[in-house]
Ligand binder design. Structure first.
Ligand SMILES: [Zn+2]
Length: 168
């Protein structure tokens, strides 16, 4: 499994001078390092995960956001058992997204498996912008996704100011 830190560091949990330097220089975060070590350990028992590339990791409140290489999520979602084990292994709520992709794709991944019909930009009079996502269907009391947390994750991971509306 590839992670933002080198394989030696990911396996041992001890930072080599090169990764230490990246951490100090702000090219790596504490979350990148911690999650890389945890997920590398998990990948030793999860062959599907072992083929993936983790680009970055974020802590958002108590939750963990894993940013995978574009294309990895399609493969990973075919294997719900592995996803379940990642969540169990990290022992907190996990959000799965991909890096180097569009804002729309990230928003879709955060709402997955709920469908998003439209994503567009709304300009405010002061020149700032919001990204509006419209969720298919209507909001019910049992809507399974914490929308406020999706907004926080979108902001932290992509600097998106997200506005969420329902189709009906
Ligand atoms: Zn290293």
């Amino acid at each position: 499994m590839r992670t933002p830190i080198c394989s030696f560091c990911a396996r041992t949990g001890i930072l080599c001078p090169k990764c230490e330097e990246k951490l100090r220089g702000g090219h790596l975060s504490k979350a990148d390092v911690e999650v890389s070590v945890q997920i590398t350990k998990l990948s030793e028992k999860l062959p599907e995960l072992d083929k993936m590339t983790l680009i970055r990791a974020f802590d958002v409140d108590e939750d963990c956001v894993l940013v995978f290489k574009a294309g990895d999520l399609v493969t990973l979602r075919r294997d719900p058992e592995t996803i379940k084990k990642i969540k169990l292994g990290l022992q907190r709520k996990v959000w799965l997204v991909e890096g180097e992709t569009s804002d729309r794709k990230v928003i879709e991944d955060l709402f997955y498996p709920i469908k998003i019909t439209t994503v567009n930009i709304v300009w405010l009079p002061d020149g700032s912008k919001l990204t509006k996502a419209i969720v298919l269907g209507r909001k019910t009391e049992r809507f399974p996704i914490d929308i406020d947390q999706v907004k926080r994750v979108a902001k932290e991971v992509r600097r998106i100011d997200l506005l969420v509306e329902f189709e009906r």
